[in-house]
Design a protein around this ligand. Structure first.
Ligand SMILES: Nc1ncnc2c1ncn2[C@@H]1O[C@H](COP(=O)(O)OP(=O)(O)OP(=O)(O)O)[C@@H](O)[C@H]1O
Ligand SMILES: O=C(O)[C@H](O)[C@@H](O)[C@H](O)[C@H](O)CO
Length: 172
């Protein structure tokens, strides 16, 4: 089936922008950073070290779902980086459609915290990583999700993702 969107998901610092950007290059698709869809109030909250609540996240997720809907309508698939930590959040993105795939970037809190701590110029403080892991509902039983270990080099992760998507017939 032709997919409308590939959502690169996982906790903050798991590599969504890095891997999503690489995949977009390889596929010639547009990459959208889910962070750009947050209202300013959400960014201010995270910058201050306060985790978002469900109510903070619903409008943000609906905005991303609307972006996916426009990709579907225009026949131009997108890659979107979005944490999509809970099942209910992923269901907002699916919006009842079967043409969404999720790539779940998985890694230990230690590894991801170390990468996040070394990252400069980003609003998300490393102190929020623990709450990201606590909120995560791993999508183990969801058939439209591919798990990817974030330990290897970004290029190797992207290659694995493309191979898995091709094997499933999700991309040409
Ligand atoms: N496979 C990798 N190997 C080594 N470093 C990586 C890898 N993937 C990402 N990084 C580094 O880890 C940091 C976090 O990656 P990135 O910004 O892509 O994560 P993110 O999930 O988009 O974060 P956020 O959700 O907070 O925006 C960056 O400094 C990035 O360069
Ligand atoms: O659901 C959330 O708590 C947020 O979406 C975060 O995950 C951030 O958007 C992002 O990952 C920070 O860079």
């Amino acid at each position: 089936m032709t997919v409308a969107a590939i959502v690169v998901m996982g906790v903050s610092g798991s590599g969504k922008s890095t891997i999503g950007g690489l995949l977009a290059d390889r596929l010639g698709w547009i990459f959208e950073d889910g962070d750009a869809f947050h209202p300013a109030s959400n960014v201010a909250k995270m910058s201050a070290g306060t985790p978002l609540t469900d109510d903070d996240r619903w409008p943000w997720l609906r905005a991303i779902a609307a972006r996916i809907a426009s990709a579907r309508a225009g026949g131009r698939p997108v890659i979107i980086g979005c944490s999509a930590l809970k099942r209910a959040y992923r269901d907002v993105l699916r919006d009842g459609h079967a043409d969404i795939r999720f790539l779940h970037l998985t890694g230990s809190p230690e590894l991801i915290m170390a990468r996040q701590a070394a990252r400069v110029g980003h609003f998300m403080p490393a102190s929020l990583i623990a709450s990201q892991f606590a909120t995560l509902e791993p999508p183990d039983t969801e058939a439209d999700v591919i798990d990817l270990d974030v330990d290897p080099e970004p290029e190797a992760i992207a290659a694995k993702a493309l191979a898995a998507l091709r094997r499933r017939g999700d991309i040409a």
